[in-house]
Design a protein around this ligand. Structure first.
Ligand SMILES: Cc1cc2nc3c(=O)[nH]c(=O)nc-3n(C[C@H](O)[C@H](O)[C@H](O)COP(=O)(O)O)c2cc1C
Length: 364
C-alpha cells in the first residue's frame, strides 16, 4: 500500500511522536535497533551522517550485561565506545539483580546515557538460563520488579524493549504485562511483535503495535520488518505508534534516515546539502558501496585492524541480503587479509552496477 504524503511538509512532520520521548527532545520518528555486534559507535557514526540536520533521535547500544558493566572500562570496551559528541544515547542492559543494575545505571549515566533500556526480548539460551531477556516476560511480577529497581536507582528515563507474547488473541496478556511495567516506572516501551519462537524470522504482527498504542497513554515504539523508508511511514501511519525502530533494514540502508527526512520535510543531512537521497535500486546499490567503504574506515579507526575486519564481515553478512550478488560481496570481505585489501575488494565489486532491492525475506 502506498502512503499519500501529499500536503505541506509541516503537516507530514507530525507523523509519529504523539507522546513525548525524552521530554520532547526527540523530534524524528525513526531510530536504530539495539543489535549485538552491529549497533556500535562506528555504525552510529556512519548513520548520523545521514540524519537530517534538524533531527534528534535516540541511539541504542548493543545489549550490555549488567553483571559486567560495573567492572568494565567503558571508554575502551568495544560495545561502549562512543564519540564524545554523541547525543541521545540509550544503552540497553540485560539483567535482573539489583546491585549490578544499580551500578550499571550509575556508570552508564556518567558515561552519557540519556535513558536506560531494559532488554526483555532476547531469546538466546544463555539469557533464558539466567532468567533475563525474554524469560522476564514469563514472570510479569518479576519483570515489573526489574523495572522498579532500575527506575529507583536512575535519574534518567527507563524504557523496555519486549516481544509479543503470542497472537493478537493474547493481547490482554501483553497489555497487562506492559501496564505492570508502566506502573513500575517505565517511561516508554518498544514492542517487537514477533514471538520468542519466531526469533527474528517471519513477519512482525504490526496489529499488536496498533492495539498497544491505542490501549495505553504513554509512548510506544514499534519494531520489526521495517526495511525501507516507505515501511517506516506505513508503520507510523497504520499503527499510530510514536516511533518506528528498524534493525537490519536500517543498518543496510543508513540513508533511510535521509529518505524519511525528505518525506517528512526535515532539512538535509549536514554533508548532503543540495543533494537528493538515493531512491532507485541502482542508486541505493551504489550508496551501499560508498557506505561500506566509509564503514570499514570507521571500524578500523575505532576497533583496530583485527576487530574491524570481524565487525565488517558480520555487517556484510547481515546486510548484503538486499544486494544483487550479495554472497559474492560476503566472499570478498571474508578473503581480505587487511582492511586495505577489503577496501580494494569492495571498490572493485562496486565498479559493476549493483542493485539493492527494497525488500527481502529476513531470515537471520
Ligand atoms: C544481529 C542481531 C543482534 C540483535 N541483538 C539485539 C540486542 O542486543 N538487543 C535487542 O533488544 N534486540 C536485539 N536484536 C533484535 C533487534 O533489535 C530487532 O528487534 C529485530 O532485529 C527486529 O527488527 P528488524 O526486523 O528491523 O531487524 C538483534 C537483532 C539482530 C539481527
Amino acid at each position: 500500500m502506498a502512503l499519500d504524503l501529499a500536503g505541506s511538509s509541516s503537516t507530514s512532520k507530525k507523523l509519529g511522536l504523539h507522546r513525548p520521548i525524552l521530554n520532547g527532545k526527540v523530534n524524528f520518528p525513526l531510530c536504530l535497533a539495539p543489535m549485538v555486534g552491529l549497533t556500535h559507535v562506528a555504525l552510529r557514526e556512519l548513520m548520523r551522517e545521514y540524519l537530517p540536520a534538524d533531527a534528534f533521535t535516540i541511539w541504542p547500544t548493543e545489549m550490555l550485561n549488567s553483571r559486567r558493566i560495573p567492572s568494565e572500562n567503558l571508554e575502551k570496551t568495544p560495545e561502549t565506545l562512543r564519540h564524545p559528541l554523541e547525543t541521545g544515547l540509550v544503552p540497553q542492559i540485560l539483567g535482573n539483580e539489583e546491585t549490578p543494575i544499580l551500578e550499571s545505571v550509575q556508570r552508564l549515566t556518567e558515561w552519557g546515557a540519556e535513558a536506560i533500556d531494559i532488554n526483555m526480548g532476547c531469546p538466546v539460551q544463555k539469557a533464558l538460563k539466567h532468567n533475563y531477556g525474554v524469560a522476564l516476560m514469563g514472570d510479569p511480577a518479576y519483570a515489573a520488579e526489574v523495572v522498579r529497581m532500575t527506575a529507583r536507582h536512575s535519574t534518567i528515563p527507563v524504557s523496555v524493549k519486549l516481544r509479543a507474547v503470542g497472537s493478537t488473541k493474547e493481547f490482554n496478556e501483553l497489555l497487562s504485562f506492559v501496564t505492570g511495567l508502566r506502573n513500575a516506572g517505565a517511561s516508554w516501551v518498544c514492542l517487537h511483535p514477533r514471538t520468542a519462537a519466531q526469533k527474528r524470522r517471519g513477519s512482525a504482527d504490526w496489529e499488536q503495535i496498533k492495539q498497544l498504542h491505542r490501549s495505553v497513554d504513554f509512548p510506544v515504539i514499534g519494531n520489526g520488518d521495517v526495511q525501507t523508508s516507505e515501511d517506516a511511514l506505513l508503520m507510523l501511519s497504520e499503527t499510530g505508534c510514536d516511533m518506528a525502530m528498524a534493525g537490519r533494514g536500517l543498518a543496510a540502508r543508513p540513508w533511510m534516515l535521509w529518505q524519511l527526512g525528505e518525506d517528512l520535510g526535515f532539512a538535509s543531512p549536514v554533508r548532503k546539502t543540495g543533494l537528493k537521497a538515493p531512491r532507485t535500486s541502482e542508486e541505493e546499490g551504489a550508496e551501499y558501496g560508498r557506505c561500506l567503504l566509509r564503514f570499514i574506515e570507521l571500524c578500523r579507526q575505532y576497533f583496530g585492524e583485527d576487530l574491524a575486519m570481524r565487525k565488517v564481515r558480520f555487517y556484510v553478512r547481515t546486510t548484503s541480503v538486499w544486494l544483487s550478488f550479495g554472497n559474492a560481496l560476503t566472499g570478498v570481505c571474508a578473503k581480505a587479509r587487511t582492511t586495505e585489501e577489503m577496501k580494494a575488494g569492495v571498490q572493485k565489486f562496486f565498479e559493476a552496477s549493483i542493485e539493492m532491492s527494497p525488500r527481502t525475506e529476513l531470515r537471520q
